[in-house]
Design a protein around this ligand. Structure first.
Ligand code: SF4
Ligand code: SF4
Length: 428
């Protein structure tokens, strides 16, 4: 695609990078067929190709974009299906992140939108605040019926039974493994530790059973993805720096061999730290080291000798989270692990399409998110399985809000098959 940035503009490495991405797009349109918003809405401006054009115009003009441009960019799920499809290697992820940052810095959103966005980026990354909010939300659940759609949607996503933060299972080595051969850092995260602490517990157990100890490193926390994908770059950078400092220190000292994530949206972000800090002399090397040592839990488990101890378990529909299949290019590994543990694994038809969760998308764009959820649940129903498995808390929460069968994390099924407890909600 032709671009017209001035030579002065191109002195800025961020503009140069956007220019390089834009110039790779040959406007072939292959990506439109696999873009969820284009499939639903049929508008070229809601396709990757249309958005790339809008982003080019917006960045070249430099000033605040118009509301129409913001509307179409906001409707992008950042699902990265277009990145998988594109034959020209257009890095849409870095381009849309750049566009969101530009919008955040130049465009004034309506007051109610600003408040909602502030709440999301203040409460969700802080597990203590989020835990408090969940308790209040559960007490005040009846008022959700009279709230606007995006707020009532938020209520729908919050589980009705909430564990107290103190109930969080300790991330410790089970007593039967006193001399682990390997030690890895587990991302403590933010939303997942409040909504589903059982996922970290299952991760810790299944790894310990295979001679690998998990540790939470002091100072690590939210990965920053939620803020980053809403254009609040400075806030995201603060979260990322805290993690990089904590993990880099432990990696250098040889106390951990990798950083393991069981929330694929976070894993995609951590694997991108090296790119985000590449122009910062104080952080470039440290962040690149952290990114190189970040593994999704399915990658780590694939390197261990995992084997089942239970009788042939049920049929599982595997929902491939966008951040895992498109963001980290990990689609076969989780399925292979489930199969190795004896599960009969079935793919979801139209598996490349997002379920509508996409970070905070289901709160900010509830209408499109609901349509995508309905489509996903219809496709899941065709598989006639007993259980749905996914590798990302966002997808799990979204699917649970409408599914008539249990939706669990892949690692909970692997833990169960190798001697752990049956995941909550799975029938006998
Ligand atoms: S498939 Fe790639 S090159 Fe073709 S229009 Fe989409 S982004 Fe551009
Ligand atoms: S990231 Fe997803 S929603 Fe956004 S343009 Fe690409 S395919 Fe479409």
């Amino acid at each position: 695609m032709e671009t017209t940035f001035s030579l002065t503009d191109l002195d800025d490495p961020e503009v140069q990078h956007a220019n390089d991405i834009l110039r790779k797009c040959v406007h072939c349109g292959f990506c439109t067929a696999t873009c969820p918003t284009y499939v639903l809405l049929g508008d070229e401006l809601d396709s990757p190709r249309g958005r790339i054009f809008l982003i080019k115009e917006m960045l070249q003009k430099e000033g605040a974009p118009g509301p129409k441009v913001v509307k179409h960019i906001d409707r992008c799920l950042s699902c990265l299906s277009c990145v998988t499809t594109c034959p020209s290697g257009v890095n849409y992820m870095h381009l849309i992140d750049r566009a969101r940052k530009h919008i955040e810095h130049t465009f004034r959103r309506p007051f109610s939108h600003r408040i909602l966005r502030w709440c999301l980026t203040t409460v969700l990354p802080n597990h203590k605040l989020f835990s408090l909010m969940v308790r209040i939300a559960n007490i005040a659940r009846p008022i959700s019926l009279v709230l606007p759609r995006n707020l009532s949607r938020l209520w729908k996503l919050i589980p009705q039974t909430q564990t107290k933060s103190d109930d969080r299972p300790p991330i410790a080595i089970p007593a039967y493994k006193l001399n682990p051969e390997r030690t890895v850092a587990l991302l403590p995260g933010c939303v997942q530790r409040v909504l589903a602490p059982n996922i970290d517990a299952a991760t810790s157990r299944v790894l310990a059973r295979h001679n690998c100890q998990t540790k939470i490193i002091g100072g690590s926390g939210c990965c920053g993805a939620l803020s980053y994908h809403m254009g609040k770059t400075n806030q995201a950078i603060e979260y990322a720096r805290a993690n990089i400092d904590a993990w880099h220190r432990e990696l250098k000292a040889g106390h951990i061999e990798s950083i393991v994530t069981n929330t694929s949206g976070c894993g995609t972000m951590i694997k991108d730290y090296g790119h985000i800090f590449r122009h910062d002399p104080s952080w470039a090397e440290k962040s690149a080291l952290v990114s190189r040592h970040c593994l999704d839990v399915s990658q780590l488990l694939s390197s261990l000798q995992i084997s089942p101890t239970m009788a042939p378990p049920p049929t599982v529909t595997y929902h491939s989270a966008c951040s895992l299949q498109h963001g980290q290019k990990l689609h076969d590994e989780p399925k292979a692990l489930l199969q190795k543990c004896g599960y009969n694994v079935v793919d979801v038809p139209e598996g490349h399409l997002c379920c509508g969760s996409a970070g905070t998308y289901n709160i900010l764009q509830p209408k499109i998110a609901d349509q995508l959820l309905k489509r996903k649940l219809t496709n899941i129903a065709k598989t006639e399985s007993d259980i749905v498995a996914a590798g990302n808390i966002g997808c799990i929460t979204q699917l649970q809000s409408g599914s008539d069968r249990p939706v669990v994390h892949t690692v909970e099924l692997l833990d169960w098959a190798t001697g752990g407890p049956k995941p909550a909600g799975v029938p006998d």
